[in-house]
Design a protein around this ligand. Sequence first.
Ligand code: PEP
Ligand code: MG
Length: 609
Amino acid sequence: MTDGHLIEQTPTRLVGLGVSPGYAIGRAHFVDRKKIKVPHRHLEQSDIESEVQRFQDAISRSEQQLKSLKNRFQSQGQEHDLILEAHTMMLRDDMLIKGTEQLIREQALNAEWALQKVVRGIKKIFDNIDDEYFKERRADIGFVADRLLRNLLGKDEPTLANIKPDSIVVAHDLSPADTAQMLNSSVLGFVTEVGGRTSHTAIMARSLELPAVIAIDELTEYVGTGDLLVVDGSNGRVHINPSQKELKRYQDRQATYEAEKAKLNAVKQGFAQTKDGHRILINGNIELPAETNIVIEHGAEGVGLYRTEFLYMNRSSLPSEDEQYESYRDVVEKALPGHATIRTLDLGGDKLADFIRVESEDNPVMGLRAVRFCLMHPDIFRVQARALLRASIHGELRVMVPLISRLDEVRAIKSVFRQCRRELEGEGVPIANDIPFGIMIEVPSAALIAQHLAREVDFFSIGTNDLVQYTLAVDRGNPHVARLYAPMHPAMLSLISIIVGAARGACIDVSMCGEMAGDPLCLPIVIGLGLKNLSMNATSIPLIKAMVRHISVSECENLVNEILELNTAESIETAVRWRLREMLTGTPCEPMLDALFDDPSMIGELEDY
Ligand code: PEP
Ligand code: MG
């Protein structure tokens, strides 16, 4: 091995979730979050108030620390201080803070013990919620409690300050504070054992544009500080102490990828038009208002999907109308001159079960989710509808409703918006006259009745993530059936074709905002099926725009005509790969596609998995 490693290490490959594309090659820096020992002490009555004061001092110190971390984020031009803001808000959370103070006073427990008990109780509530978002919020509580405990005990945080340049951070999990520290270091990428696509680590990785692979089972069993790592954030793989041959292959890929990324970045602004003169609108998907600038910097013309459920996470109470209005206004203003398509709440039944007391469900994905939840809880939904209407005067707002499966849902939601409009107008609140109202088509029943739905709305947006899940009966988050999750399944192509046909028939706009829209391999299919409005993650935009500029709608249509004859996802994918290569040979996109997939020398390796 190189760099003074005397003992030859066994190469190991691990597979996880690639949440931020690109390649990182460097030495591991293992972040060990040892559990803090919590002292348990009963207090004398006379010591209780000074103990409460000690707890409050720890809160103040924690607030100060988060404030200075936030400043570091801002000075770096990063806007993800929202997560730190959420942590700061938790320091004012009644359940956590008042709950701990109450235990100190009522049970005469020392502050650390009382805090530990309260945190356990809160985590238990989160444990019963089977949802990725809420798992993340559980982790947040852990980070905040950890900070408080360290401040109570006068212990330093595990720090990344002594990290060697060009390291790859390896951890069970990373807190936003950890990632903030990485801003000033030259960390190359990160790898964690837990997390999901929407975890902070994933969001931060994408915004810092650092390759990252998360959700690797037993990662920390395999890696130690100093191990040589290759992180393939595009394909979700981590190679530990790779062979010289493997290392060389990845070094070449990385060099090509970085060189091509720089070239694509130079041309990411400006609109995307195909060789035969068709404009393809490229918008960005966001989860937080602060990401609006990020997608625009990556070349988005506006926001095609704002997942507002993020506003409802991270907290123990619902966001107020004013708070929501400020967030929506922020997105709408920053997206100008483009549109901001804001999606109404997409929370599942179980996700809110303990939060706002609804019955828990056995199968929440098919349960009281999204529009169904909103119609069952008009009190909650009306707050959002009012906030959206109020934000409409600040830009080009489009409102979109998720998980529509029947016509009456559309009519019912429209009626709530009409009532809220009347109410606000009565209060003298200005609202834009014309707010395009659309629905997501992400359930097969909606696709099959698209021609009826089209008469009721101004636009459709195809949510392929759920459309694949519900069409193929493949849970989108279940690793055991991940191989069956196939956006190129012939059933998907038929449904998309029906949706686009219905939209055309009714002369309404149709866009796509699921992951398929930003997948380079799917692009010729999506364009060939007639889509001219796509919304995707920030990092997908430069390549997709470049590809659009080097293909023509007519060749994509020809390709679609060919593949509609094929009967399996695999044969379709093979045909598309083949034709896409033909279309892009000799264009600036070719090396980037090579760096991302299709390298014949990878085939053996892929088969190993
Ligand atoms: C989709 O289902 O494709 C979509 C964009 O919505 P989400 O991923 O938020 O469910
Ligand atoms: Mg969806």
